[in-house]
Design a protein. Structure first.
Length: 568
């Protein structure tokens, strides 16, 4: 039986349901820390992970994880200790995760974009025992952040990974209180006896992921070894991952999409290779795809749009994307207009991914017809996933009708960590998670996301899904990105406002009017010509060079709503 901080604050799957998952073979007895051991034994020299400084084989990666695990045990960390991990995309990230899992510790998956406010919240919520960082990420000094966290938790251990990433601080203080380096941990194994690794409960907590909400501090999502590994293993064949696959990790490596769909862990399960990209820009990603012969990459829609734009403007005989077979796009709905351009412009298959760190993940299949791939977000990865589409009263709606998406299954949580009030709103009494998505399900089970419940605009009593209008706007060759939000209006309740980033081409001149009124008129005329209902046409249009993002690169509609009526 699990003991520790998770006893009272972790909502477990009911015993009878958990027993059913085990009997069905969905939940394995193998904890996540055992990943790489099979490959290290059967194919030790196969390439596991590549970054700007390392090319580690499976035997080297497994040895790194073992050395770190021993060092962590010597520092006093052990089962159920929570450890905040905030690293850029680097090989050490994988070694750190494996080491923590091998000693039964529970990583909290921080993102490079998080700053002290979020880190302090995570430290408080998860009662962390250690903080793993790279010293500095961009302008954020993680050593100073550790000092601030230590004022809150005096016994906090700060583990620094010097050299990780491209902008790491090089002047780490010597013998700072409570600070050890990655190399210190590795070296400890060579200077003494190796501690025995503890037994790890495969049905116990493995990691705390972060909710993807665009408002407030993210909630902590407790995932177990069994449920997370099942999700990954179920994803591997659906994503076409094999030992020959080379995955470009272009998103932040701690993000659930990059981790598990099928992501980094999918490569380790299949024996493939992970290539860590320091950023997802075409200037960085395209050469890595060419040089490492990457076969699959996962990005969010804004990055996909940048790749499409870059590719359309720079055709050459030396094609850097020849090896790329599949581009996965997820994290937010990908417009059908943009989706149709992926095969012709990027020369690879598109796979839409619609999932959440709380559990449920959907994929379009690699052999699906184009109309399914371009216009839907796929169907659940597991036959054991339970999905309901309901109205505002939680009554099921028929296929083809929009409704709220509810999910339950072998890898979907039953509650957030230490959040009883939020759990009462986000989960039904019988354990279904309220995703907050408005979707339509086809008779074949394919799901199309039409909006978020909180992203609907109520204009004079008419309900408008922002993403529908955005999809039409992106059909214009002069528009690169579009975000449609509601702004308060005294008469209508809300008015429709479209924020646009323009393409760098001649067609963008259609939307480059100096006067806002002319800009709005041209936009309305374009949308009306596409048959969009009059009440859905924007009341105001803003041209901008940048749209606000959440830490994982999703559009922050909350920030746009707060941009005010005078935004330009």
């Amino acid at each position: 039986m699990i003991s520790g901080i998770f006893d009272d604050d972790w909502v477990r799957v009911p015993d009878d349901v958990a027993d059913g998952y085990r009997r069905a073979g969905l939940w394995d007895t193998e904890p996540l820390g055992t990943l790489t051991r099979t490959q290290a034994a059967s194919a030790p020299e196969s390439l596991a992970v590549v970054d700007g400084r390392h090319r580690w084989s499976y035997s080297r990666l497994s040895a790194e994880a073992d050395s770190l695990a021993s060092g962590l045990l010597r520092e006093g960390l052990g089962p159920q200790d929570t450890v905040l991990v905030q690293l850029p995309n680097c090989a050490e990230f994988i070694a750190v995760l494996l080491a923590l899992w091998r000693i039964g510790a529970v990583p909290v998956m921080g993102l490079p974009a998080h700053r002290l406010s979020e880190l302090q919240s995570f430290a408080d919520q998860a009662r962390i025992s250690a903080y793993v960082s790279s010293g500095r990420i961009d302008d954020f000094d993680q050593v100073d952040a550790a000092d601030d966290l230590r004022r809150q938790r005096p016994d906090l251990l700060h583990i620094v990974v010097p050299g990780a990433g491209t902008s790491t601080r090089g002047d780490l203080p010597d013998d700072a209180p409570g600070q050890v380096t990655y190399e210190d941990l590795r070296a400890a194994t060579a200077t003494g006896s190796t501690p025995e690794l503890p037994d790890v409960d495969p049905y116990g907590p493995a990691l705390l992921q972060l909710s993807g909400g665009s408002t407030g501090t993210p909630k902590l999502i407790p995932r177990t070894h069994a449920d997370y590994l099942y999700s990954v293993r179920a994803s591997v064949p659906v994503c076409g991952i094999t030992a020959d696959s080379v995955y470009l990790c272009a998103l932040p490596c701690a993000h659930n999409f990059a981790m598990s769909s099928a992501g980094i862990l999918g490569q380790l399960v299949a024996g493939g290779t992970v290539v860590m990209a320091p950023d997802p820009s075409p200037g960085t990603a395209f050469p890595l795809i060419r040089d490492e012969k990457a076969t699959v990459a996962g990005v969010v829609p804004p990055v996909a749009l940048l790749w499409l734009a870059a590719r359309a403007h720079s055709r050459s005989a030396d094609d850097p994307l020849t090896s790329l077979r599949v581009l996965q796009v997820g994290g937010a709905r990908f417009s059908a207009e943009a989706a149709r351009r992926v095969p012709t412009v990027l020369g690879c298959r598109l796979q839409q991914v619609f999932g959440m760190a709380e559990g449920l993940v959907n994929y379009t299949r690699l052999d699906d017809p184009d109309d399914i791939v371009f216009t839907t977000q796929g169907r659940p990865v597991s036959p054991a996933d339970e999905v309901r589409i309901v109205d505002d009263n939680d009554d099921d709606v028929p296929d083809g009708e929009p409704g709220h998406l509810l999910a339950r299954g072998p890898y979907t949580i039953r509650g957030y960590f230490r959040a009883p009030e939020h759990n009462a709103r986000s989960f039904t009494d019988d354990g279904f998670y309220r995703t907050g998505d408005i979707v339509v399900r086809s008779a074949n089970g394919d799901i199309t996301v039409v909006g978020r419940a909180k992203d609907q605009i109520n204009r004079g009593g008419e309900k408008i899904a922002s993403e529908e209008v955005e999809n039409h706007l992106l059909a214009h060759p002069g528009i690169l990105e579009a975000a449609v939000v509601g702004e308060p209006d005294r008469l209508l309740g809300e008015r429709v406002v479209a924020h646009l980033i323009l393409q760098d081409n001649d067609r963008a001149a259609d939307f480059a009017e100096e006067k806002p009124s002319a800009l709005t008129r041209r936009t309305r005329e374009f949308l009306a010509a596409r048959g969009l209902a009059t009440y859905k046409l924007p009341d105001r249009v803003v041209v901008t060079t940048e749209l606000p993002r959440t830490a994982v690169g999703k559009m922050s509609t909350a920030s746009l709503r707060g941009s005010g009526p005078d935004a330009r």
